[in-house]
Design a binder for this molecule. Structure first.
Ligand SMILES: Cc1cc2nc3c(=O)[nH]c(=O)nc-3n(C[C@H](O)[C@H](O)[C@H](O)COP(=O)(O)OP(=O)(O)OC[C@H]3O[C@@H](n4cnc5c(N)ncnc54)[C@H](O)[C@@H]3O)c2cc1C
Length: 521
């Protein structure tokens, strides 16, 4: 994928697009894959980089949601479990099965959670992952060598899915491009165009790199801007009542010694009534999350002090080696685009179902849901958009559509496994120039060739794109990311034809963002 070609296609389109999508997160990318694979002409515009919003900041689980079962929302759990199975089938290079243990510290906890998790397993039907079972104290310790053994009676094992959120996102963008969609990052939608009848028939957008403004005509505009949905709705209806209750969730990343092995911990009830996870992810330990209502969404949220303290305290109850502030390698926050109901005070209790809202102007907004259900959300949105716009009826193809990079044996590709079938192309880059096969830092196996690949084929335009969303360095270890930034800037400058001043600006801008991922001791 080349941004210059995408820009040319967007500028040269004659006549209206069938579907124009605002927002390049999981929801927008899913809609782009769905619409383009049905054969509709499709344009997607993202104001920053693909995945800059919530979709890079998830807990990285492809899951049915054990908690929604407890809330009695069986249909939501079944939908998500089906989607979990479809995602593993369509993107096996990115979605893996992960065992979780719920450690028990009272005699009743094992049978209690054991029954619930058996039901969870049964609801997945033919899309099932491994079977859940009760295990002894000794087995629990064997799988979780750093578990707190004080009062430990045993545990319950169950299985869910795990993924790399922005690797999936960039592969969805590539899938849509392969089906003819035009997708642009750094393209902010600035206005909606309405006809005399008051119906939206297009939009204005700005190319973030040149500053030039453009218009795009559309038979249907889909607003997929997650936590920012209301600000886009207000471009057409300034008085629109808000549909989103934003809620922040934060994560901490620690080194692997806090969770050696390949098994995650699930804590079903923290002191604030939420679930908490400790998960092995890219050779590190990911701990999260929280649920703090916000009055408005921002693009670069920062974990709050009380969130950091709460996660350290909760993790310390379950781990023998207890994490302290100095152990935090990176801390990041994301904003859930929960759909409003009632006063929106207790966001943990708000539904995680998705919701489609059609304004009087015909603007279709799709929000809520979760990463796991992006495909189903997209199917729903495109069905409705096609009906509203009177597009030729075409059925959805995404249930069995392989996602770009699809490769059943990618697990054997070592550090390049997340690239799936693209791993061969990255190896060719290294074969052509051996120095690009060098790791960029001693602490993380990220190669210079990955940055080159990101610039050439994945539309990475900045150091942040390369270190936060094409590779995951910033999310894994913020100090390592700061160390790597100058070399990444120089690799990108060579690929993108930029000068030394650009390099220096890039490093400065990246360091300012990375500051927000560091935790002061
Ligand atoms: C802490 C946390 C943990 C989570 N963990 C999980 C999990 O483990 N598993 C799971 O399934 N789900 C999880 N979720 C939910 C999941 O991450 C979200 O539901 C999903 O990422 C939302 O995607 P989205 O595309 O709707 O929003 P976003 O990813 O926020 O995308 C919206 C995009 O719109 C863009 N935009 C805004 N305004 C404009 C404009 N004017 N012009 C152009 N573009 C614009 C933004 O820049 C942004 O990139 C989690 C969420 C949070 C917050």
């Amino acid at each position: 994928m080349k941004r210059s070609e995408m820009l040319k296609q967007a500028r040269e389109q004659s006549g209206p697009w069938d579907v124009v999508i605002v927002g390049g997160g999981a929801t927008g990318a899913g809609v782009a894959v769905d619409a383009s694979s049905r054969g509709y002409s499709t344009l997607l515009l993202e104001q920053h980089d693909f995945g800059k919003g919530t979709s890079s900041r998830s807990t990285k689980l492809v899951h049915g949601g054990v908690r929604y079962l407890e809330q009695g929302n069986v249909s939501l759990v079944m939908e998500a479990l089906r989607e979990r199975g479809l995602l593993r089938q369509n993107a096996p290079h990115l979605v893996g099965e992960l065992p979780f243990i719920v450690p028990s510290y009272a005699w009743w906890e094992g049978p209690f959670y054991g029954i619930g998790l058996k039901v969870y397993q049964m609801l997945s039907g033919k899309y099932g992952f491994g079977p859940s079972k009760l295990i002894s104290r000794e087995e629990t310790i064997r799988h979780l060598p750093n578990v707190n053994t004080d009062g430990l009676t045993g545990g319950v094992v169950y299985y869910d899915g795990q993924f790399d959120d922005t690797r999936l996102l960039i592969n969805l963008i590539a899938t849509a491009a392969e089906h003819g969609a035009t997708l642009l990052n750094y393209a902010k939608v600035t206005g909606l165009l309405k006809g005399a009848d008051g119906i939206v028939h297009g939009l204005t957008w700005e190319d973030g790199e040149s500053g030039a403004s453009f218009t795009a005509q559309a038979k249907m505009v889909v607003n997929a801007t997650g936590p920012f949905s209301d600000s886009v709705r207000r471009l057409s209806e300034p008085e629109a009542k808000p549909m989103i209750s934003p809620s922040q969730g934060a994560h901490l990343v620690l080194d692997r010694s806090f969770l050696p092995g390949d098994t995650a911990i699930m804590v079903p009830h923290t002191s604030d009534g939420r679930l908490m996870f400790a998960i092995p992810w890219h050779g590190h330990t990911l701990v999260g999350t929280t649920d703090t209502p916000l009055s408005q969404a921002v693009l670069e949220p920062v974990p709050m002090e009380q969130e950091i303290e709460f996660m350290l305290e909760t993790a310390s109850l379950y781990l023998a080696k207890k994490p302290a502030r100095a152990d935090i390698l990176s801390a990041f926050a994301g904003i859930r685009p929960l759909v409003k109901s009632g006063d929106g005070h207790n966001t943990a209790a708000l539904s995680r179902d998705h919701s489609i809202h059609i304004d009087r102007s015909g603007l279709l907004s799709i929000a809520g849901g979760k990463w796991t259900t992006y495909r189903n959300m997209a199917e729903d949105a495109v069905d409705q958009a096609a009906t509203l716009a009177g597009l030729e009826e075409k059925s959805c193809r995404t249930r069995t559509l392989p996602i770009h990079g699809h490769h059943a044996d990618a697990g054997n590709f070592g550090p390049l496994a997340v690239y799936g079938s693209d791993a061969w192309a990255i190896r060719r880059i290294i074969a052509e120039k051996a120095e690009l096969g060098e790791a960029l830092d001693d602490e993380l196996p990220i190669y210079a060739a990955e940055v080159v690949w990101a610039a050439r084929e994945e539309m990475a335009r900045t150091v942040e794109d390369a270190l936060a969303r094409r590779t995951r360095v910033l999310f894994l270890n913020a100090r390592a990311a700061i160390r790597m930034a100058p070399r990444v800037a120089s690799l990108l400058a060579r690929e993108l034809g930029c000068d030394a001043a650009w390099e220096a600006d890039q490093v400065r801008e990246f360091n300012a963002v990375a500051e927000g991922y560091l935790v002061r001791i």
